[in-house]
Design a protein around this ligand. Structure first.
Ligand code: AMP
Ligand code: ZN
Length: 135
């Protein structure tokens, strides 16, 4: 896609701090890291969302995510690593080229995860049944 910033990084039209590249995927540091080592992993094929991605591409991307976990862990010595994907603008996706975030976590870094609220078994069943009926 011509005006996609991540496609431009793939084509080397704009610079990026690339940490890994293979035939189908690219990983580079986020320019606005939530913590040191915050890395983005993308497919070299352009698709906006997870549901638009091919299964083969998803396998390639997740393999690259896995490949990077140990090196990032060794390089930065975090206490843990969050892996996240914001799917669609309503979920916070800003760049419309699907990407996984690899975010090293450090003690006292101040970041918090989503807070859950207890749901009743009836509510859980109702939601699960609805999803299952649409598979
Ligand atoms: P998201 O909100 O999931 O779409 O995340 C997009 C991420 O891309 C943000 O964390 C940005 O800081 C990052 N980003 C945007 N432009 C660039 C760029 N040129 N190089 C590296 N990271 C970028
Ligand atoms: Zn793109």
């Amino acid at each position: 896609m011509t005006d996609c910033i991540f496609c431009k990084i793939i084509k080397k039209e704009i610079p990026a701090s690339v940490v890994y590249e293979d035939k189908n995927t690219l990983a580079f540091l986020d320019i606005n890291p939530v913590n040191p080592g915050h890395t983005l992993v993308i497919s070299k094929k352009h698709f906006e969302t997870l549901e638009e991605a091919t299964e083969d591409s998803l396998v390639d991307i997740i393999k690259t995510v896995k490949k990077l976990i140990k090196p990032i862990d060794k390089a930065l010595n975090p206490v843990g690593i969050n892996i996240a994907l914001s799917n669609k603008p309503g979920a916070g996706q800003v760049v419309p080229h699907m990407h996984f975030h690899i975010m090293p976590r450090f003690k006292g870094d101040g970041h918090e995860l989503f807070e859950g609220k207890k749901a009743s078994p009836e509510t859980l069943k109702q939601v699960a049944d609805k999803i299952k009926s649409l598979l």
